[in-house]
Design a protein around this ligand. Sequence first.
Ligand SMILES: NC(=O)C1=CN([C@@H]2O[C@H](COP(=O)(O)OP(=O)(O)OC[C@H]3O[C@@H](n4cnc5c(N)ncnc54)[C@H](OP(=O)(O)O)[C@@H]3O)[C@@H](O)[C@H]2O)C=CC1
Ligand SMILES: O=C(O)[C@@H]1CCC=N1
Length: 269
Amino acid sequence: MTQKVAVVGAGKIGEALLSGMIRGGWSPSRLLASARRPERAEKLRVRYGVECVSASEAAKAADTLIITVKPQDMAGVMDELAADVPAGRLVISGAAGIPTTFFEERLTAGTPVVRVMTNTPALVDQGMSVLSAGRDAGETHLARAEEIFGGVGKTLRVPESQQDAATALSGSGPAYLFYLVEAMTDAGILLGLPRDKAHELIVQATIGAATMLRDSGEHPVTLRENVTSPAGTTINAIRELENHGVRAALLAAIEAARDRSRELASGRG
Ligand SMILES: NC(=O)C1=CN([C@@H]2O[C@H](COP(=O)(O)OP(=O)(O)OC[C@H]3O[C@@H](n4cnc5c(N)ncnc54)[C@H](OP(=O)(O)O)[C@@H]3O)[C@@H](O)[C@H]2O)C=CC1
Ligand SMILES: O=C(O)[C@@H]1CCC=N1
């Protein structure tokens, strides 16, 4: 059982993890947070009752150190804390793009590193966290990461070579879905519906469709075909989606996100 967990870079994702662990029954006394701005640290202290310390103090005290700063800030944070991580402690990176070797090169030889790509639905315990072990991380380290990230949603182990693809699909995925909802709401307005009603209709349709995708055991094609009546309304919309290349646009968009994740690995901020 993990003794003390520190989150360095307690922004959106770091806070989602801290709050999720507390919802899941972790005592705030077992958690540490590190933020860059004092006012951010104060907010976390007040909101969750967690102790806020410097990155280097967090590194010294934690059995498990989770680093959730922006990829562009990762080199600076590692310069700040790498020398303070005692041998054998688990380091978990939540950053897009950055490979486990980046950390292994900077930490004491043999330090286990796990790379995790989660997503913002972790805020409502519906996250999708994709985990990969670095060179010196084994079953116990992956299990410890799953204990933490499993508290805020689902977890899946993948080879690290698939992390950039996972980042593009599930890490960024909620943004594409929010974008679709936003565009569909605009369509409702075009058709004369008030914005609040259009929003309510789309949100419930999204929740219903997502629940069916998860629970029905049916393939998405079958679920779509069940909505698409011969000479009905839906097929007219599907023809327009095909005419406008929406499927091809999604393929290109997600490939572009994967490419950006690869660029972040090579330090191109
Ligand atoms: N947002 C998302 O949907 C997802 C993000 N990620 C990954 O999670 C990471 C964080 O992203 P996100 O939460 O969106 O970003 P945020 O900017 O919200 O959080 C990053 C936090 O790191 C803090 N920080 C920066 N430098 C230091 C330091 N030296 N010591 C302590 N804290 C520091 C920042 O402080 P300050 O606020 O004061 O600048 C900020 O609060 C990224 O690597 C991203 O790739 C992964 C999955 C999804
Ligand atoms: O946009 C980003 O870089 C981060 C990583 C995945 C989701 N948000």
